[in-house]
Design a binder for this molecule. Sequence first.
Ligand SMILES: Nc1ncnc2c1ncn2[C@@H]1O[C@H](COP(=O)(O)OP(=O)(O)OP(=O)(O)O)[C@@H](O)[C@H]1O
Ligand SMILES: Cc1ncc(COP(=O)(O)O)c(N)n1
Length: 264
Amino acid sequence: MKKVLTIAGSDPSGGAGIQADIKTMSAHGVYAMSVIVSIVAENTMRVIDIEDVSLKMIDEQIDSIYEDIGTDAVKIGMLSNSDIMSTVADKLLEYKPNNIVLDPVMYAKGGNALMQENSINTLIEKLIPLCDLITPNIPEAEKISQMKISTLSDMKEASEKILNLGCRAVLLKGGHYIGDAIDVLYDGNTFTEYKTEKIDTKNTHGTGCTLSSSIASNLALGYSLEEAVSLSKKYITEAIKNDIHIGKGNGPVNHFFNFFNKEA
Ligand SMILES: Nc1ncnc2c1ncn2[C@@H]1O[C@H](COP(=O)(O)OP(=O)(O)OP(=O)(O)O)[C@@H](O)[C@H]1O
Ligand SMILES: Cc1ncc(COP(=O)(O)O)c(N)n1
């Protein structure tokens, strides 16, 4: 069985973060493992509080995975500050895992910050160069590339700027901003567009976490980057179409639409 690790924050309401990652990986038939770096008190409406796990415990959790089981892919999600980013980056340099997918989570759906603003330089200098793929949404890509993104051509220009920071590929997600849900993959040679119609729902809590975990799972399963992204775009689209009406705010997607659906 292929093994995929998520290094991210915990969402007790189950729609995003580590919980979404483990559900997604399990739905893909890979063995899911998790290193929790922050505990977030949040739900479908808001973020209430964040408590970071100590750097020592983050180190030891990562060591515990590589001492024993190892990984075929690693998904990195919410890293709240530069110390955590440096700790994770040092461990990636030590263990050199294949297939590192970074979702540079900065804000929750309701707009609350999940990453300290002053840690962006560490993200850029230490973490991005270690990644096979980075999956920013438009606001995250604007912060990283330091340019405004309003059009598809801006998305492509920002992807080039981000790739020049040293990662091997960029998937810039257009989910919330430009007409259709268009994501652009840039691998240094080719731009590939993945386009679906925008689904009319407020239940999009965890879409970014789910997409990046799906891509990491598909890379672990041996698909090429282009195939992995294409399969994962189909997966997130179906998961959003089969959304779950839970909670009073932005509800979760249905990670297990293949196994059951809301009409069943
Ligand atoms: N309403 C929608 N209909 C169809 N696809 C969507 C919709 N919203 C998001 N997506 C898709 O979901 C995936 C995640 O993109 P999105 O832009 O939501 O990232 P995100 O990191 O969750 O962003 P945010 O932090 O703003 O929630 C992308 O493939 C995007 O195209
Ligand atoms: C612990 C945690 N990690 C990430 C997100 C972002 O979720 P989204 O996928 O909706 O951008 C979140 N709300 N909570």
